[in-house]
Design a protein around this ligand. Structure first.
Ligand SMILES: NC(=O)CC[C@H](N)C(=O)O
Length: 378
């Protein structure tokens, strides 16, 4: 069956469908990873986006239950140069096309993804519509223009957990604020035996306090960080009280909470080989990335945040730390999934920060409350 991708600027790509037979509008972005298509399409940060893989052969190792980064993918479309329907991999349980059909996601193959990527690089990210219908270009333009803003915004509420749940461990208690979290973050905390409580995106500071965290992990998530001002206020309230580690959207929200500003990048960073320099050591790390927004460096002046990491390609901010409080964050993904695992040490750094904070504040706040309760019971 034929599929078409129409961009907001009028460029039309005609190829073959390999996903669901539906029409979907989304922001068209590209990812340069060679492998990891399953993690990419199930990463909630891509919610509402039509993702183009620049690597030309996609689908060849199939889909495996273990590789999902969320329960259900929330991307709006998948674009590839050549789709391979017959996986060659002992781990494969089914193929990519079946996954897209199951979740109502359209897929297009056999189009020139190099040309598409160049257009996005030159003109910046734009809206597009992916269709298997025979509607005219004018009709498709209309549909794209009238797609409700809500469908392309408010993605944090669409991808966050609606309920609190826990993933027990015997060490530090971490409250993971789920703005559309990848499972990889939970996996890394569990690997370190943390006692993790995962809470919805709009959990208040008071509700978080009641969970007696040792530290707070702010997750990745979709959309513009300015779409969730309530989360910024919550973070500002908790800053200094508990050690905080932010990843991607979490990094942007921590920065906003400290008075800095964020802005949209022309076409974003999405892939598994983005070079990031640690300004303290001078060492360059290869990182996994997926973001369209960034913290504006100039806006950090006058805040208590300093830049700790920069992107070696375009020199944008990749990490910050607070000068007075135990809080730091990175724009990239130390949990990898997909991508290099070189940055996993940041979770260890977070746990060391928590232990140090506990040494400095042995009575805060869990122990003090427990002692008061014990006294009351006597
Ligand atoms: N992976 C993320 O958390 C992405 C953050 C934000 N949605 C952005 O695109 O910049």
């Amino acid at each position: 069956m034929q599929a078409r991708l129409l961009l907001e600027d009028g460029t039309l790509f005609t190829g073959k469908s390999f996903g669901a037979e539906v029409d979907k509008t989304g922001e068209v972005v590209f990812n340069t990873g060679i492998t990891g298509y399953q993690e990419v399409l199930s990463d909630p940060s891509y919610c509402g986006q039509i993702v183009t893989m620049t690597y030309p052969l996609i689908g060849n190792y199939g889909i495996s239950r273990d590789d999902f980064e969320s329960i259900a993918p929330s991307i709006h479309g998948f674009v590839v140069r050549r789709y391979e329907p017959t996986p060659s991999n002992w781990r494969a349980q089914y193929n990519l096309g079946d996954l897209l059909k199951e979740y109502g996601i359209p897929g297009i193959t056999d189009i020139d993804t190099r040309m598409l990527t160049r257009i996005i690089r030159q003109h910046g990210t734009m809206k597009g519509i992916l269709t298997t219908s025979s509607k005219s270009v004018a009709e498709l333009q209309d549909m794209m223009a009238t797609t409700s803003i809500d469908e392309l915004r408010n993605q944090v509420a669409r991808t966050s957990t609606p309920n609190v749940y826990s993933s027990p461990g015997s060490k530090e208690r971490i409250v993971l604020v789920d703005f559309g979290a990848k499972s990889g973050i939970l996996r890394e905390l569990n690997k370190r035996d943390c006692d993790v409580v995962i809470v919805p995106h709009d959990t208040t500071a008071e509700e978080i306090r009641r969970l007696h965290p040792d530290g707070i992990q702010l997750s990745n998530g979709p959309g513009d960080p300015k779409d969730v001002p309530y989360a910024v206020n919550t973070i500002a309230e908790l800053l200094g009280e508990y050690p905080i580690f932010g990843i991607c959207l979490g990094h942007q929200l921590l920065s906003l909470a400290c008075g800095a500003d964020t802005e949209k990048l022309k076409f974003g960073h999405r892939g598994g080989n983005h070079p990031v320099k640690d300004l303290e050591t001078g060492r360059c790390y290869i990182t996994s990335q997926n973001h369209g927004y960034t913290v504006n460096e100039a806006s950090l002046a006058g805040t208590d945040l300093v830049v700790t990491h920069i992107n070696n390609n375009d020199k944008t901010v990749e990490g910050v730390k607070h000068l007075k409080h135990p809080a730091f964050s990175v724009q990239y993904h130390p949990e990898a999934a997909p991508g290099p695992y070189d940055n996993g040490y940041l979770f260890d750094h977070f746990i060391e920060m928590i232990r140090e904070h506990k040494r400095l504040h042995p009575q805060k706040p869990r122990q003090a409350e427990l002692m008061a309760a014990a006294k009351g019971a006597q």
